[in-house]
Design a protein around this ligand. Sequence first.
Ligand SMILES: [Fe+2]
Ligand SMILES: [Fe+2]
Length: 189
Amino acid sequence: MESTALLTADHNRIRGLFARFHEAQEAENVGAMADLAERIFRELRVHTTIEEEIFYSEVRRGDDELEDAVAEGLEEHHVVDVLIGEAEDLTPGEEAWVAKLTVLIENVEHHAGEEETELFPLVRRSFAADDLEGQARRLEARKAQLGAPVIADKEHLSVEDLRQLAQEQEIPGRASMNREELLATVAPG
Ligand SMILES: [Fe+2]
Ligand SMILES: [Fe+2]
C-alpha cells in the first residue's frame, strides 16, 4: 500500500468518528460526544504527527508546487492543534465546546479533502510507487511507536469482521473497499 492510500484510510476512519459525533450531538448524548471527541483528538494527533515527521518532510522536496501545498498543510495542522488544545480546556457539552468541535470538524474535513484532491495526486505524479510503499512502512512504524493501531494488529480479522467493524464505525466508502483498504481503515474494535 502506498503512503497516500494509508493516509486516506486514516482520513476515512476519522470521518467515521465525525459522523458518529454528529449523531451523538443530535441525540444530545454528551457522554458519547465526549468519548468520540477524545478518540478524534487522539487520531488527529497521531495522523498529523506522522504526516509532518515523515510524509510532508519527504514530499515537500519534490518541487515548488509540493512545497507550497505542504506549507499550506502545515498551517492547517497548526489550526487543528490550537482548536484541540482549546477544546480540551472546556467542559464537554457546553456551548463553546460544541462550537469548537464543530469548527474543528469543518476544518479537518476541508483539510483532508484538499490533501486527497490536490496534494496526494501531486505526490503520486512526482514519486515512484516503490518510494510511496517504503514511506507507508515508515508511517506504520511511527504509528506503532506512538501506540496507535497498525495494519499488522488487524491481519487476523476476516473480511466479514472488517465489514462489520467498518459498518459500526460508519466508515464512508466502505461498500467499495477491498480487504487491504478495510484493513488500513478500520479501528481494531
Ligand atoms: Fe494533513
Ligand atoms: Fe491527512
